[in-house]
Every structure is written in C-alpha cells, then in structure tokens.
Design a binder for this molecule. Sequence first.
Ligand SMILES: Nc1ncnc2c1ncn2[C@@H]1O[C@H](COP(=O)(O)OP(=O)(O)OP(=O)(O)O)[C@@H](O)[C@H]1O
Length: 346
Amino acid sequence: MTTSTSSLKGFRFPVLVADIGGTNARFAIVRDAHAQTKAFEPVSTAGFPGFAEAATASVFNHTALMPRTAVIAVAGPVTGETIPLTNADWVIDPKELIAQFGLESVIVLNDFEAQALALPGLEGAAVEQLGGGAPVPFGAKVVLGPGTGLGAAAMIHAANTWIPVPGEGGHMELGPVDAEDMRIWDHLERVGGRVGAEQVLSGSGLVRLSRAVAEAEGQSRRFESGAAVTEAADAGDDVALRTVACFVRALGRVAGDLALAFLARGGVYLGGGIPMRIERHLRAPAFRAAFEAKAPHDALMRTIPTYLVRHPNPALEGLASFARTPALFAVELTGRHWSAQESSAG
Ligand SMILES: Nc1ncnc2c1ncn2[C@@H]1O[C@H](COP(=O)(O)OP(=O)(O)OP(=O)(O)O)[C@@H](O)[C@H]1O
C-alpha cells in the first residue's frame, strides 16, 4: 500500500489541502489545475481527536466533492509511517486516510515548507511591505511565523525551479542586545537551559516574556494568554506595551538573522497568527531598526524588504500552487508520499 517516491509528475484532482497547526486546522479543496482554492472554515485542532474528524467537520459535511489526493502540512518533522504533531495530540496516519477516504495518494509536508511554497505567488493585498527596497527577482525568500510555535523556512530559486528549504530556524538562540533586554533576560525562564527564539516569539512566548517584563519592573502583573497581552497593550497597559515592544525587537533581530543566513534579497515574510495581531507595532520604526542593525551588513539589510503576510491561509495557498504546478517546485517527497497503488503517484 505504501510507496514513497522522490518525484511526482502531476496530482490527481480534486486535491484536498490541509494545514494542521497547534491551534488551528485549516482545509481547502482545489477542484482542478485551473480552479481557485476553495477554503473552508478553520476548526480548532484541540476540538477534534484527529485529522479525519476535523476534515469531516470542516470539509466533508459541507461539500459533495471527494478528493483523490490529500496534501497535508504539519508542524513537525515527517520521519515515519505515522506522523505525530509537535504542538497537538494528533497522529497523522496516511495509510489509514487513504483507506478511510478512498484517496489515491497522500503527501505530508512541513507547515512552513507549505508557507514557503506560497511566497513566489504572494502579491497585491496578500502582503504589506514594511520597509526596505524592491525585492530582487528570483532572490532567496524567507518566511518566519510566530503562532503556537515559531516556524521558519526559506525559498531558493535555482535551475528554473523554486526549492523550499524547511528547517528549525525557530529554535535559534535569542540573546539580549540593549540595556532594556538585559534587565528582562535576567528574569526570562530558561527552557532546556537556554532561551530559544520560539520561547519568546510565540503565543506562549508572549506570556513568558510578559512575566519577565513584570518581574524586571517589580510588578506582579500576570497574563493568561498571548491574546491577553496584546489586548492589554492595546488598552495602554505598561507591562504589556513593554512586552510587545521587546517581542517586536526580537522578531526584527531573528528575521534579520535569517535574512543574513540565506541572503534573502527576495524578502523576509512575517506569517503565523501573531504578526497580524500586532501589525501597528510592526509598522513602528523599532521593527526595521532591529532588522537592519546587523553591522557590518547594515547597508545590505536596508535594501532587503520585509512583508507582513495578510493572506488568511498562506500555507493552503502554497500547497495549492504545488498541486497545480508541481514542475515549478522542487519538493523532496522521499518518505513523505503514500499511494494506494504499488506504483508511484502521478
Ligand atoms: N490577539 C492575539 N495576540 C497575540 N497572540 C495571539 C492572539 N490571538 C491568538 N494568539 C496566539 O496565536 C497562536 C496561534 O497562532 P496561529 O494562528 O498561527 O495558530 P496555528 O497555525 O495553529 O499555529 P502553529 O502553526 O504555529 O502551530 C496561539 O498561541 C495564541 O496564543
């Protein structure tokens, strides 16, 4: 029943695309290679025991279309015959999904690889430029997304194809830089003996950071969630405002580090659930200042554009682009492609 292939000539439509995050499970159907992506209402990941139940509630209860292929993006590495999610209790079992939904094949990719697949096509109202110059055509692109976790991936152009490069950039080291950071970092909880970027740049990171800011200020202020922090900041709460300011500086620095690592002259894109919720803070000069403060490369950094991703479902759009035009992308499918037949899909 299982066949893993490293290449794919084409997808059998309709294609179900899915983006399973730690908080939200999002689904869409692409009817054929020329059709628009039809997105369904997202459902809460924790509200369902697994993929099949969530897909039924979000998609199959609302359409008679039966997909022949499923392309699923998950937070976490795809390393075995079943795929446990990093930030949720689900285990994706491609063979079971093939049997249960009569699919011909299932492909499972990393969630930020899916976001990377969307980058070449994101334009117009789907993105808002936050500074820097014009993107270099076919320059490397980077996407960084604070949400339940901190995802990151690059998109490289070579040999007439776009190559998504998933990774664990969200776990890079995050150190204090200015005097305000030094005060805060003294109080920041270490996880596994260190402060990785995700421990600050995520929903739970906002809460962790707010605790450190409050302690540094000698206050006993507590917030229950990332949303509570940003809402309090909107209401003018001092601890929450300092927390968001520190979050924005840290996001600028990590985005800048990734831009340097990949020489991302095609732009750095801010995805994930949080940037859209703090958009006015990202438009203030502090974000770009932190992004550009990369001596000896500050002149280079000033040219690199940063973008806020406004598209509501960039990962689904990326998977849909891949399904419509697989030849435009070089996606390694070895060990990530399951087929109902013994032969390879397509
Ligand atoms: N108003 C808000 N301000 C700040 N953070 C928020 C707000 N609302 C939700 N969040 C945080 O956003 C996170 C959800 O992000 P997102 O929408 O990217 O979910 P996801 O796709 O399920 O996550 P991931 O793909 O990172 O696992 C939660 O941790 C939540 O605490």
